[in-house]
Design a binder for this molecule. Structure first.
Ligand SMILES: Cc1ncc(COP(=O)(O)O)c(C=O)c1O
Length: 414
């Protein structure tokens, strides 16, 4: 029995379902490990000692690579002084100053732990600032796991969702229709940094759609909220919608902010400063100093090294390699999303079985991919790492091709 299988069996006895949420056992591709032992740079080791080049990066937080030396030095220095104190440390003010400096639409910042904390606080602040109730949400978008936004309706009441109205991302007409339904009760429009729904082609926000969202909010006096929890600090250090020239009123960040240390941030403009000071949001661990020290080190290094450009270049290298390999083996890929946050789907693969089989073949050769979720590059991925990963994926495509029924194999070229 593998160590992973043994831990899964023990977990089944003492943890409901063996694990919860998106890393639950039954949500992992078959053959994927549930438990990990350690990680370094762009590599991760499962509990059975199998190493992989990591393209999930802890589902986004690890942006400088696991164990970045500068972040770890800042963490050690802060831990030696104190983490959970009776209130915030000076790092709180320093980090808020850094975010206000980095993010053009930010006049202030507040901190919590998870992305859900931050998106929920944005909605609460928008309602407090406008005195209204309705929130427009893109159909199929993920904004967290609280009752108002979780994709599962188990344990959720209709009242939890009573004031949400859906529209389609990148569809300005549907956004305007939803705003008309909300009428004078429109508090906010919440949109993710780009469209990154599970298992669906990813789409960057179009400038027209982003502009329409700004106009809808301005016309109604509502708040435009960008949920930058997933995309934040990988598209643009000033917030993802800087790339389309539209500035929101409020943004939620988390994931990449502190290279894996638990932290989330809400930033906003002066219009919502008073509302942000009136809502009651807090948590026992929200002022912990170590993650804030990690965030200062992470964001400073991303800025100084132009980390986003590096991640983008590495993502482009991966994308081009996968494209060539798939064509050579007679597969057609649909690659979407920004290169540094890629989604790789197979064409004509409605049940995603082909994608899943490919990911399993890649994992068996030391590359950790995902068949339906956004993947993530980090600044620790070097050209040599990408080439090593591509060497493995080439063999994975070959293995996949050899198991394909002969009727679906491409005709041999003369
Ligand atoms: C766009 C977006 N918003 C919110 C969240 C929720 O963040 P968390 O899981 O940290 O609560 C996520 C998490 O994946 C996300 O991708």
């Amino acid at each position: 029995m593998t160590i992973d299988a043994d831990l899964r069996a023990r977990a089944e006895r003492v943890i409901p379902g063996g694990m919860w949420g998106h890393t639950a056992i039954d949500r992992q591709p078959p053959g994927y490990p549930q438990f990990f032992e350690r990680a370094d740079g762009c590599r991760i080791w499962d509990v059975d000692g199998r190493a992989s080049i990591d393209f999930i990066c802890s589902w986004g937080p690890v942006v400088l690579g696991h164990h970045d030396p500068d972040v770890e030095a800042a963490v050690r220095a802060q831990a030696a002084r104190g983490d959970s104190l009776n209130g915030p440390s000076p790092r709180l003010v320093e980090l808020a100053e850094l975010l206000v400096d980095l993010v053009p639409h930010a006049d202030w910042a507040m901190f919590s732990k998870n992305g859900t904390d931050a998106t929920t606080a944005c909605v609460t602040i928008a309602r407090a600032g406008t005195g209204r109730r309705k929130v427009l949400v893109a159909h199929g978008a993920y904004h967290g796991a609280a009752p108002w936004c979780t994709p599962s309706l188990v344990g959720v009441t209709a009242e939890d969702r009573a004031h949400l109205i859906e529209f389609d991302y990148n569809d300005a007409a549907s956004l305007r229709t939803a705003a008309a339904v909300a009428g004078g009760d429109l508090a906010a429009v919440i949109v993710s940094g780009f469209k990154h729904d599970l298992g669906k082609n990813h789409e960057l926000a179009t400038p027209d759609f982003a502009q329409a969202a700004r106009e809808v909010c301005d016309a109604a006096g509502a708040a435009l909220i960008v949920d930058d929890v997933r995309a934040g600090f990988r598209l643009d250090l000033g917030g993802s919608w800087e790339t389309v020239g539209v500035r929101p009123d409020l943004s939620a960040f988390s994931k990449a902010i502190a290279n894996g240390y638990p932290l989330a941030a809400v930033v906003g403009g002066n219009r919502f400063r008073d509302a942000a000071s009136r809502v009651f949001v807090t948590g026992s661990f929200w002022t912990a100093a170590v993650p804030m020290a990690a965030a200062i080190a992470t964001l400073t290094k991303l800025r100084q090294t132009d980390g986003i450009a590096h991640m983008r270049a590495m993502g482009e290298r991966l994308r081009a390699g996968l494209e060539d390999q798939s064509r050579a083996r007679g597969f057609r890929l649909i690659q979407s999303g920004p290169p540094q946050m890629p989604l790789v789907l197979f064409a004509d693969d409605p049940g995603r079985a082909l994608g899943l089989a490919f990911c399993r073949e890649a994992l068996a050769r030391g590359v950790y991919l995902h068949h339906v979720h956004t993947m993530f590059l980090s600044t620790a991925h070097t050209p040599a790492d990408i080439d090593e990963a591509l060497d493995a994926t080439d063999r994975a495509f070959a293995a996949l091709a050899s198991t394909r029924p002969s009727s679906s194999k491409p005709a041999l070229r003369a």
